[in-house]
Design a protein around this ligand. Structure first.
Ligand code: UD1
Ligand code: CA
Length: 458
């Protein structure tokens, strides 16, 4: 049987070196707060309870993160990691195990944490350590005859201890009943005058609780964020990991170093993505989809065989099979493009349904429109959907041909198979099958002379 797993996330620190008014754990990595990554990890581990210890920034952290599944505990003054854990102890069940994570350490894999939880589940102390070439600043793992005896913080360490390269990541899992007893015994008679969570290691040794150490697969899994430079560094590490996963799944990335996924990107077979594309929210690309350079896609599903040329922006929309979009197309929320739709340069489409085989190839605005099949929209066509107060719908039925530079003043309907002459300002419905146009008659004034420039006096 699995013991009840409860997770504490320490997130009370100020983060002075971020030089920001925003609490450190709310700064974003891959479009999501650092703390959000840790909460997602807690969820993936199946935590029965996840408790966030917050402090700096007041209610900003609970306000940003509250979702009904998290508990929040205020640590009003920060007297150390042991003191932080102490604030949350009343929230924890005696018969469970507690895993301690950090709100500013976002990239730890669940496969790294699971063995710690398993150790705690069998009554042991699970501790995550890592060997660093430059261990300065970290707590050192002190071993005697190979067995861990205590952790000494850098500021309290002797020169010999400072030479130790195995350091404490801070991440640990223990049976909660032991944790409660040990935390009550912590003292702050050390270099920083703080209650160190790390001192529970020596107490475990005293109580003959076996300490099992594990190491992460990658060192960066335990890196924390203390500055904007470190945040940018972890962002790249994370994006590289996402890119490698896509490559392993068969996606062609023209340059894996120039890809940004801020959410989830799900790809079919034989998808190709050119450089500098940004994917936000949930994006799905069907088989054979090709994405040109510098596209930005947010909450989009694109069906098989569709090609996006460079600089295409799509937000909250669906795109059917075998479409051709871009370069420089902008598709806004509420748009559905059916199969085989072509959208060209400098075309904006908002909240519209465009049916199969229709083409809007140049310089147009289509908003609040229902468009049928095989419609051809000429260059410079504009749906005038807004009268200054309300939005109105335009309906364009199957097989309509709209000439260039046409304005459709909504609400208005263009009947099936109708043709609108170039330059038309359509204010009333156009009947099906007929040519409708509004245009001043063309005339020629023969013998007309251009005015000549007059000579200045003096
Ligand atoms: C801690 C460890 C050290 C380890 C290092 C890894 C202790 C005493 N030391 O040191 O062994 O090598 O992490 O990075 O635990 N926090 C609170 N409330 C507090 C103090 C800290 O919530 O009162 C949170 C901070 O927001 C931060 C984390 O705990 O996320 C670590 O605190 P920090 O002060 O950075 O600990 P270190 O001195 O780096
Ligand atoms: Ca730290």
């Amino acid at each position: 049987m699995h013991p009840r797993l409860e997770i504490l996330i320490l997130a009370a620190g100020r983060g002075t070196r971020m030089r920001s008014d925003l609490p450190k754990v709310l700064h974003k990595l891959a479009g999501r707060p650092l703390l959000g990554h840790v909460v997602a990890t807690a969820r993936a581990l199946g935590a029965a309870k996840t408790c966030v210890v917050y402090g700096f920034g007041g209610e900003a952290v609970p306000q940003a993160m509250a979702d009904g599944t998290l508990s929040f505990v205020l640590q009003a003054e920060q007297h150390g990691t042991g003191h932080a854990v102490k604030q949350a102890l009343p929230q924890l069940a005696d018969d469970g195990v507690t895993l301690v994570l950090y709100g500013d350490v976002p990239l730890t894999h669940t496969t790294t944490l699971a063995p710690l939880v398993a150790a705690a589940g069998s009554g042991k102390f699970g501790l995550l350590t890592v060997n660093l070439a430059h261990p300065d600043g970290y707590g050192r793992i002190v071993r005697e005859n190979g067995r861990i005896v205590r952790i000494v913080e850098h500021k309290d360490a002797s020169p010999a201890e400072r030479a130790i390269q195995e350091v404490n990541t801070g991440i640990l899992a223990v049976p909660t009943r032991h944790l409660k007893r040990w935390i009550a015994e912590l003292r702050n008679d050390n270099a920083q005058g703080e209650y160190y969570l790390t001192d529970i290691v020596a107490l475990a040794v005293r109580d003959d609780v076996e300490i099992e150490t594990h190491q992460p697969q990658h060192d960066w899994e335990v890196l924390g964020v203390n500055s904007k430079a470190q945040l940018a560094g972890l962002e790249r590490i994370h994006q590289n990991e996402v890119a490698q996963r896509l490559l392993a799944g068969g996606v062609t990335l023209l340059d894996p170093a120039r890809l940004d996924v801020r959410g989830s990107l799900v790809c079919g077979r034989d998808v190709t993505i050119d450089v500098n594309c940004v994917f936000e929210g949930r994006v799905e690309l069907g088989d054979g989809v090709q994405i040109g350079a510098n596209c930005v896609l947010r909450n989009v599903a694109i069906a098989a065989g569709t090609r996006l040329d460079a600089f295409t922006l799509i937000d909250d929309a669906t795109v059917g099979e075998a479409g051709r979009l871009g370069p420089f197309s902008r598709i806004r929320p509420g748009t559905r493009l059916a199969r085989d739709v072509h959208v060209g340069n400098f075309v904006e489409i908002k909240n519209s349904d465009i049916d199969a085989g229709s083409k809007i190839n140049h310089l147009s605005y289509v908003g609040d429109t229902t468009m049928g099949q095989r419609v051809n929209i000429g260059a410079g066509t504009i749906t005038c959907n807004y009268d200054g107060a309300n939005k109105h719908r335009t309906v364009i039925e199957d097989d309509v041909f709209v000439g260039s530079d046409t304005q459709l003043v909504a609400p208005v309907t263009v009947g099936q198979g109708a043709t609108l002459g170039a330059g038309t300002t359509l204010t009333r419905d156009a009947p099906p099958g007929e040519l409708t146009l509004s245009r001043a008659k063309q005339q020629t004034i023969s013998g007309w002379k251009r005015p000549a420039k007059q000579k200045k006096e003096g």
